[in-house]
Design a protein around this ligand. Sequence first.
Ligand SMILES: Cc1cc2nc3c(=O)[nH]c(=O)nc-3n(C[C@H](O)[C@H](O)[C@H](O)COP(=O)(O)OP(=O)(O)OC[C@H]3O[C@@H](n4cnc5c(N)ncnc54)[C@H](O)[C@@H]3O)c2cc1C
Length: 403
Amino acid sequence: MQTFDVIVIGGGMVGAALALALGGGGLRVALVEQQTLKASALSLDDPWQPRVSALNEASVRWFDYLGVWQGMVAQRVCPCTHMTVWDGKGTGQVEFDAQSSSPLGYIVENDVIRNALLHQLADSTVQCFDDQTQLEYRLSGQGGEVVLGSGDTLQAPLLVAADGAQSKLRQLSGIAVSQKDYHHHALVTTVETEFGHQDTARQVFLDSGPLAFLPLSSRHGHHYCSIVWSLLPDEADRIAALDDEAFCAELGCAFEHRAGKILGADRRLRFPLRRCHARQYHRQGVVLVGDAAHTIHPLAGQGVNLGLMDAAVLAQEMIRAMQRGDDWWAAHILDRYQRRRRGENAAMMAAMSGFQHLFGAADPGVRWLRNTGLKLTNKMPLVKALFMEQASGLSGDIPEFIR
Ligand SMILES: Cc1cc2nc3c(=O)[nH]c(=O)nc-3n(C[C@H](O)[C@H](O)[C@H](O)COP(=O)(O)OP(=O)(O)OC[C@H]3O[C@@H](n4cnc5c(N)ncnc54)[C@H](O)[C@@H]3O)c2cc1C
């Protein structure tokens, strides 16, 4: 039996960042992952990876604090200095520009983020147990034991569920969730476009759902974007089955040819979209972070940013407790984490649902209202500044190492 201060289940972006922070704060951490945790690095000419994240300023600052941001920059990240959002069924459009020297955010492939985190983990005190596909949990009400496939047992007073939207540990701990099907599937791929993107993220709201083009670095004079196309399931079936030429033609049309012709597309991935929120963030020695606690529509690219902030706040609360000699696994510490994060996450989820309803409405009155709203917003610098502050993740209750 090996004893730790905390066991993190799930070495995705959120779990790996949390393990690194807790290890750096002096806790003995085990990180358990079902896949291989092997760091590699992507060079500029390696093929694009299909999954990307739009990282906000708060996430970038936290990665910098953890010492992993430069490792991402050394691979490849694309700054996003402008954003344009418009209504496909009207004339309303709103544009956001970076106000200072720092961009609005960065588009980074998930593999780049994970590689940088894994490199740093290899140099840390965190003990990683990867390729663990046969885990058995023995929950004691105060943490518990994790039995690995080899039969070895890990024990800690606190288990963290960072094992994603289908979290098995969350289910075993008896934490209930409220959930809703968005009735949308997201098609994700990388495309080559005729025109350069000028570091601009663009999103059009179509009757069928939002379509986003996120900028990727140009290569040898060729221009690339990662796209997230939210579609009703039947429409997603049809579009997923198109051959490449027909897909590119239809995508170009849906995007009003704002990127010129779509010259090529990589393989398409598909994700059913659900909103899910845990009713409580901890129970009997199990605490939830990231997608294990909440999943959200990707239309504002906030999912992993929220998860990273969960991890930052949880790490801060646990490390502070340990430093003052308090029990970092105690319910009152985890209550503080829940108080600081659940409301913030719920507010962002409600805002996303509101956007989704507003832009999904076919009613002419609602359409007029949203087009007028977009046009008015575009003329109000203070309102735009408020939106940007919210999206940067720097408003609200954030740990001081991110401020
Ligand atoms: C189409 C789409 C686009 C998105 N775009 C953005 C964006 O632009 N910006 C943004 O902020 N967010 C975005 N998101 C959301 C973002 O991808 C997620 O919020 C994020 O990946 C969650 O990270 P996580 O580490 O919590 O969970 P995951 O990434 O799901 O990681 C969970 C980890 O746990 C491991 N695991 C699972 N079960 C077990 C087990 N039993 N034992 C051990 N290990 C286990 C998995 O292998 C995985 O490594 C998008 C989501 C979608 C679907």
